[in-house]
Write a protein that binds this ligand. Structure first.
Ligand code: DAT
Ligand code: MG
Length: 138
């Protein structure tokens, strides 16, 4: 069993896609074991995406991620990290496989509706960024 951190980004929350996105993960057998809505500050977005600091899209990314509320969610299941990334699709919706969240719902490479941890190691770091132990199912 793995746990991974996912977010529904501001474009998804704004367009009433919270249920749609969660439904896709649950239908794939992933269990929601933690969930909250919050509005990140620019500084929090910069900390969360610190790995991308210095890249040309960093300011655009962190401004966007702090532009409105997000849903942060911990999903649990077999191969949860890879499974979540598969259900999300490629970063750029134009390159995402048909039937994935990003192919079906994302607006652009920046406003791409969902985040998912890219490794088990980063999942642990990202889960701890948003959740304390008492906020997660045992
Ligand atoms: P992913 O979210 O698929 O893991 P990533 O970690 O490479 O993608 O980048 C994080 C986010 O940054 C991505 O979801 C959207 C944004 N981003 C990445 N590359 C971009 C680019 N070339 N132009 C604009 N935004 C970009
Ligand atoms: Mg990434």
């Amino acid at each position: 069993m793995e746990r991974t951190l996912t977010m529904i980004k501001p474009d998804g929350v704004n367009r009433n896609l919270i249920g749609e996105v969660i439904n896709r993960f649950e239908k794939a057998g992933l269990k929601v074991v933690g969930l909250k809505m919050l509005h990140l500050t620019k500084r929090q977005a910069e900390e969360f995406y610190a790995i991308h600091r210095g890249k040309p899209f960093f300011d655009e990314l962190t401004t966007y991620m702090s532009s409105g509320p997000v849903i942060a969610m911990v999903l649990e299941g077999e191969n949860a990290v890879a499974k979540t990334r598969e259900i999300m699709g490629a970063t750029d919706p134009k390159e995402a496989a048909p039937g994935t969240i990003r192919a079906d719902l994302a607006l652009s490479k920046g406003e791409n509706t969902v985040h998912g941890s890219d490794s088990l190691e980063n999942a642990a770091i990202e889960i701890a960024f948003f959740f304390s132990q008492s906020e997660l199912l045992l």
